[in-house]
Design a protein around this ligand. Sequence first.
Ligand code: 2RA
Length: 340
Amino acid sequence: MGYKVVVVGATGNVGREMLNILAEREFPIDEIAVLASRKSLGTEVSFGDKTLKTKDLDTFDFTGWDMALFAVGSEATKTYAPKAAAAGCVVIDNSSLYRYDPQVPLIVPEVNADAIMGYSQKNIIANPNCSTAQMVVALKPLHDRAKIKRVVVSTYQSVSGAGKEGMDELWEQTKAVYNPVKNVPPSKFSKQIAFNVIPHIDVFLDDGYTKEEWKMVAETKKIIDPAIKVTATCVRVPVFVGHSESINIEFEEPLDWQEAQDILREAPGIMLIDKREPGGYTTPIEAVGEYATYISRVRQDPTVENGIALWCVSDNLRKGAALNAVQIAETLGNRVLKKG
Ligand code: 2RA
């Protein structure tokens, strides 16, 4: 006995990964529907060894469906998520729309799975921002041991975070460096991304931070502990897939870097690749297509009383979005719906 599952936004980067991961993990499905906007109606998408044709989101009836994995922007989510939830279909939403709603649990299963029980307030569960998801997987086991006081994080975010258009732009701009073209199409980024880095993701806020940086602060507090102080600098880099993060952590209690390694080695969702030698660390290229949050370069940070510095890499389309959403679906099934 399996579930009736809907994937909303099935033709985008994240929607396609959701289908790949549902199939890879053999999520118990009795029936699946793949939805997209009217302009993508009938587009074929892969689900394991099957090919599915997208249906029209605007006219779809969610009645009788168990769960809907949403991978569309906040505007479409605003229109259709309440409709699905009201029809009794639990929404697992990858947009930022409901992440900060006190009546909607924001879940990373390795970190705060118990909070999923709050889903029934709105029949909606929120998926965190990709850069937050991998970071809290790394922070939680260390927080449990030595209580985190402050986090300073710099991110190196791939262009796939900006969708297929972001990936296409990096590809075209890189080619254009070698074969200049005349009419360069309008950019999705504020400056050239090929052979460059851009310290700006999402919109600027009044305090000089960007909304992407604010998300990491607000979501870490909601998922782990509101007392944790976080400051972030989010940077777009010319990488197709895979977000990297340099993280400095200050604890309330002393924590030796080797004990931190031991804790991370055993922690859920983490792969510790950490040798103090050339190549003894993970880079985005090695993380692509994988489930793990990779941790490397663990070392004492001697500039504060109880400090650890580390490097964190993960596939932003997987743990940063689609995998985390499917893991939420698995947790919902195992703990609440209990059909599969
Ligand atoms: C990005 N985290 O990387 C944002 C949204 N996916 O662009």
